[in-house]
Design a protein around this ligand. Structure first.
Ligand code: 3H9
Length: 703
């Protein structure tokens, strides 16, 4: 008998239990165990129905994602689930937690499904660059219809049990203990003389509309998932459910799965799956270190950022006190928060009662004494060192012993801020991204004296408020903005040389960035970066062309979207960006005035200059120990900077291009462009010359 899959028979009901922590993934031992049990059941006559249950926190949460890299050993998921489906007696799955991917596919291969009322069921394979490859593309359309099945996989979002019932994905939602309910369901089937109801035998209910559905889904994918292969292949595989016999559909699914599993898209997305979790593993945070409790939070600054951060805590039921200099600021801030929540209510993602209960958790004051019982205070005012120092001195005076003092600075020296307090070990950077209530990234900046329990508390807190927390050490711009600096510099410089903003952003967006860098500046406000450079003069080289476009725009008060003009114009009724000939002319004239050599970079050069400059800076961050792992940088860029997940993040992307290729290009740019900016980072040079990769560097040194 397998350790992870066990079989017991009581009162002629067989119970198959999968017990493989943490998430009962369908790894080789689980598959081998299930194969043995179902082979065994095929030869037994001492049971009338079977129930499949999982121990622990969840039903099977999918295939073992790591196994795709090492190679999937038999039994293959498809064959195994066919074996389950072929069982001569009815098989009932009991779903709790998150049935995902191969877990949902196992459930669909069972003949009936009972779900716990809190269960969530989904097929998130596209988020890993693959398709459901364990029969899911053929069984889901047979069970719930082609269109609904396409929705389930293309959205990637698991549906709650009630919705699954409505779709026909499950047969019953259990009011109480799901395992007991599944057992009762099995007994009822036996009593009613019902046999197996195999999904493979069901007809696709909307097959007559297949052509229409497929065309619409192809159009959806081309529009919303460009540059990717797996979504189109998914549509192709699912379409087969409506036109081919089950066995032929399965064969197509297997062929497509094999092609996709080893492609860059899937490798990139698997890399990020593990990288997103690896960020929590920090050397020095040992098991004996305990996080501090966060029962009440103070936010300093009722602006957009402070309000967004306050919402993060109110959303999880933690009371927040917001401090600002005037009642007027505080009331304006509260008004913006309420408006944000009202938008959620109108979209149906929040109820009116939830809105009120969240607003009820927010209090305001102009007096720092209101924070005397706060466990954490986060300063979110503008980037002025003197102002921040003053705030930290006040916080130091009122916060209780053991409270954590956080700053949302994006560029300033946290150690300098910490030095103004008597408790630098309790000071940490908590760099949220705007809008803070939406963006999933949180850079956690570990100062020279930040204690390990404060760091652990910040990592735990990030998870609680549903953010991906990535630790950075202190430097100008930390991980994200420091790498953004050369990226933006090159983009701006190319405009001075003769490119248009649309050339730059078009190339970047066509490649997959959510938004081109110049459009991002327009959205954030051009003055934001400019103020940062003013606040950090030591970071500005002696180069009149450095970020000159931004400086010119600020001088003209063309600050981006909010003023109707920046790199682009925003004055059409739909407020969509449009080229601004006046701005383009001004920038090209400025390039000439500054003797910037004129050139019209093509798409490849735009991408190389933007991405390779960023990657080179990333290599420096690794060498300096600012970022712990190349994969941490990838998480920062995909979670916070719109870098396409299917390219794996800048450092993974660099590995796929080849570090030698990038190194050679940087050397070439050092000769043809401004040599000050194009010197390969020593780490990049070393890895390139030894034929190595950032992934190998992570594996050998980064841990
Ligand atoms: C699939 O099924 C393909 C098939 O269609 C076809 C096959 C041919 N594999 O996230 P957590 C680990 S593709 C391996 O921190 P939570 C995870 O790395 C799969 N490991 O917990 C972590 O390890 P560590 C489709 C996995 O409570 C630990 O478990 N399924 C897997 O916040 C805890 O995870 C998915 O995409 C896995 N499948 O969230 C679901 N899942 O402690 C992926 C988890 O060493 N999983 N681990 O860092 C999830 O979405 C979340 O883990 C889940 C729990 C919601 C289940």
């Amino acid at each position: 008998m397998s350790d992870v899959v066990t079989l017991s028979v009581t009162d002629r009901i067989a119970t198959v239990t999968i017990d493989s922590p943490p998430v009962n993934a369908a790894d080789h031992p689980v598959r081998a165990g299930l194969q043995k049990v179902f082979t065994d059941l095929a030869g037994r006559a001492d049971y009338d129905a079977a129930v499949v249950v999982c121990a622990g926190r969840t039903f099977m949460a999918g295939a073992d994602i790591g196994e795709f890299d090492t190679g999937i050993k038999p039994p293959h998921h498809q064959d195994l689930f066919n074996l389950v489906e072929s069982c001569a007696k009815p098989v009932v799955a009991a779903l709790h937690g998150t049935a995902l991917g191969a877990g949902t596919e196992l459930a669909m291969a069972c003949h009936y499904r009972v779900a716990d009322k809190g269960a969530r069921i989904g097929l998130p394979e596209l988020s890993l660059g693959i398709i459901p490859g364990a029969g899911g593309t053929q069984r889901a359309p047979r069970l719930i219809g082609l269109d609904a099945a396409m929705d389930l996989v293309l959205s990637g979002k698991p549906v709650p049990a009630a919705k699954a019932l409505e779709l026909g994905l499950v047969d019953e939602v259990a009011a109480a203990d799901v395992n007991a309910a599944a057992l009762a369901y099995a007994k009822k089937l036996v009593a009613e003389g019902k046999g197996p109801r195999r999904t493979c035998d069901l007809a696709v209910k909307d097959a007559a509309k297949a052509a229409e559905i497929i065309a619409a889904r192809q159009a959806q994918v081309a529009k919303t998932m460009k540059n990717r292969t797996s979504p189109l292949k998914l549509v192709e595989a699912m379409a087969a459910a409506a036109s081919l016999p089950f066995a032929e559909g399965l064969k197509l699914e297997a062929d497509i799965s094999r092609q996709l599993e080893h492609a860059v898209e899937a490798r990139a997305m698997r890399h990020l799956f593990f990288a997103d979790r690896e960020v929590r593993k920090i050397p020095g945070i040992t098991k004996d270190i305990k996080a501090r409790p966060i029962r009440k939070v103070g936010i300093i600054g009722a602006g957009t950022m402070g309000g967004g951060i306050a919402m993060c805590f109110a959303n999880i039921g933690v009371p927040v006190t917001i401090i600002d200099v005037s009642d007027e600021n505080l009331q304006r801030g509260l008004g913006i928060i309420r408006k944000n929540y009202e938008r959620s209510v109108s979209r149906g993602s929040l109820t009116a009662e939830q809105l009120e209960s969240r607003m009820g958790l927010l209090s305001v004051s102009t007096d720092y004494a209101a924070l005397k019982d706060a466990d954490l205070a986060i300063e979110a005012v503008f980037e002025k060192m003197e102002l921040k120092k003053d705030i930290f001195a006040r916080l130091d005076a009122v916060l209780p012993a053991g409270a954590i003092l956080g700053t949302n600075t994006s560029t300033l020296d946290i150690d300098e801020i910490a030095a103004t307090t008597k408790r630098p070990a309790d000071v940490i950077g908590l760099h949220f991204f705007s809008p803070a209530n939406v963006m999933p990234l949180l850079e956690i900046v570990q100062g020279a004296k930040t204690s390990m329990d404060v760091l652990l508390t910040a990592l735990d807190m990030a998870k609680l408020i549903k953010k991906t927390g990535v630790v950075s050490k202190v430097c100008y711009g930390f991980i994200g903005n420091r790498m953004m600096d050369p990226y933006g510099r090159e983009a701006e410089r190319m405009v001075l040389e003769g490119a248009t903003p649309a050339d730059i952003d078009g190339a970047l967006e066509g490649w997959g960035m959510a938004m081109g860098i110049l459009a991002v500046y327009d959205m954030a406000g051009i003055e934001v970066g400019d103020n940062t450079r003013i606040a950090n003069p030591h970071m500005v080289p002696d180069d009149p062309s450095f970020y000159r476009c931004s400086a010119l725009l600020v001088a003209n008060k063309w600050l981006g979207q909010k003023t109707g003009r920046g790199y682009y114009r925003y004055d059409s009724p739909d407020r969509k960006r449009a080229p601004c000939p006046e701005v383009i002319e001004m920038m090209h004239a400025e390039g000439k005035r500054l003797n910037v050599p004129a050139r019209k970079p093509g798409k490849d050069e735009i991408l190389e200059r933007c991405l390779y400059s960023m990657i080179n800076e990333g290599a420096k961050l690794l060498e300096e120990g600012i970022a712990l792992r190349a994969s941490d940088i990838d998480v920062v860029y995909t979670a916070g900077y719109g870098f396409p997940r299917y390219r794996g993040g800048p450092m993974f992307y660099a590995d796929t291009v080849g570090l030698k290729v990038i190194y050679d290009k940087i050397v070439e740019f050092g000769k043809t462009l401004d040599p000050r900016y194009w010197t390969p980072a020593p780490l990049l040079e070393k890895l390139a010359k030894s034929g190595s990769t950032f992934a190998e560097w992570d594996a050998s040194k980064g841990k």
